[in-house]
Design a protein around this ligand. Structure first.
Ligand code: NAI
Length: 350
């Protein structure tokens, strides 16, 4: 058996998901793609022989050859495609954010609840990265004692000119906001955003930004986001606990010694850094659909929590004041939490 997949949006991420599903993920076949930019869709179809380009995204989602949907289009379009997948009772893996606004996330959760089983996954792929998984194992094993602080760094080589400063929070730091909840197993409660001097290469974008986030048990999480670092893509994470620390090491396995220097390559963007995570995320998602295996991807609730926190961060940036992360206690969306991050809503999609 093979899971027939539709891909909506074949830009950088959609094309990469199509390549991985075609070449590196078992039990899956890309059956169709749609992109507003027909040339981009055609370029993906040329590399993925099992796929054909559709003229209408909703016809593609409803097509009988399509069992599941990947949404990798522009952020504001996610909600309508996720809702269409839910209307067809089809599992959907939506790139982050689930929706850029809280109300959009709430509509998705309500539609999923109406279906009555888990169908939505959100592409917070760091949850599948071998390094982050080791960090989580170390935290959960308990030998380090209670977590006290989490230091996070998120650097991109270069961002598009004129990028809104808010995007540093909603597009970049949102990965750290999700991974902090996942690592610590609890919700975030308060967020402040500091503006260091901006790099002259970034203006008018305010870059870097420095976020200070508190978890509900009092762990302090600091997040540096610097999207025009100039040297490459790098993510760091160190957890400080009562009896020790645990941190990500440089993932590059090769070190070159030459001309009086020790050189370790830094990737230009996130794709090589998280290649294993993207592959593993897709395989886990396909296995959950095909074999009923547990789906470890972020749920719609996780996507909602990330958007709520990012929106509080944007308000903190605009006002210069600490903001509570509110709206997270929504019993009408889920049963009241029993403490810590909410568990997966149910078992596997499909
Ligand atoms: P991109 O700009 O390269 O691709 C987006 C594509 O969506 C474009 O080809 C565009 O024509 C298409 N599109 C726009 N509106 C559409 C519509 N109404 N219907 C169908 N297609 C439409 O952007 P990129 O980097 O591929 O990002 C795509 C999504 O993935 C975004 O939501 C982004 O936030 C997310 N993302 C996730 C990452 C991760 O690590 N998980 C990394 C980078 C992006």
């Amino acid at each position: 058996m093979t899971v027939g997949v539709a891909i909506i949006g074949t830009g950088v991420m959609g094309a990469e998901h199509a390549r991985l599903l075609d070449r590196e993920v078992s039990a899956a076949q890309v059956r169709g793609v749609f992109d507003l930019d027909a040339e981009r869709a055609a370029a993906t179809v040329a590399r993925v022989p099992s796929a054909r380009a559709f003229d209408d995204p909703f016809e593609l989602i409803a097509d009988s050859a399509v069992d599941a949907v990947v949404v990798a289009s522009a952020d504001p379009t996610h909600e309508r495609f996720v809702l269409a997948a839910l209307a067809g009772r089809k599992p959907v893996l939506c790139e982050k954010p689930l929706a850029p606004d809280v109300a959009g996330c709430e509509r998705i959760i309500a539609a999923e609840l109406a279906v009555g089983r888990r169908l939505v996954s959100v592409g917070f792929m760091r949850r599948f990265d071998p390094g982050y998984l080791r960090l989580k194992q170390a935290v959960d094993a308990g030998g380090l004692g209670l977590p006290l602080m989490l230091h996070c760094t998120h650097r991109n080589q270069q961002a598009p000119a004129g990028l809104p400063s808010e995007s540093l929070i909603s597009g970049s730091a949102v990965h750290e906001l999700d991974i902090a909840r996942w690592l610590l197993g609890e919700e975030l409660s308060r967020i402040t955003v500091h503006r260091p001097r901006s790099s002259r290469a970034s203006l008018p974008t305010e870059d870097p930004l420095f976020l200070v986030v508190e978890s509900s048990s009092g762990v302090i999480i600091d997040i540096e986001v610097f999207v025009n670092s100039g040297y490459g893509y790098e993510v760091r994470c160190e957890l400080v606990a009562e009896r020790g620390t645990v941190s990500l090491d440089a993932p590059a396995p090769v070190v070159e010694r030459r001309a009086g220097a020790v050189l370790r390559a830094v990737p230009a963007d996130w794709r090589p850094r998280f290649a294993a995570a993207y592959r593993s995320e897709l395989q886990n998602w396909v296995d959950s659909i095909e074999y009923g295996a547990p789906c470890d991807a972020a749920t719609s609730w996780d996507g909602y929590a990330a958007t709520v926190t990012a929106q509080a961060g944007i308000l903190a940036l605009r006002t210069g004041l600490a903001q509570p992360v509110s709206h997270l206690d929504r019993p009408e969306l889920y049963p009241a939490p029993t403490g810590g991050a909410r568990p997966a809503q149910s078992t596997a999609p499909g």
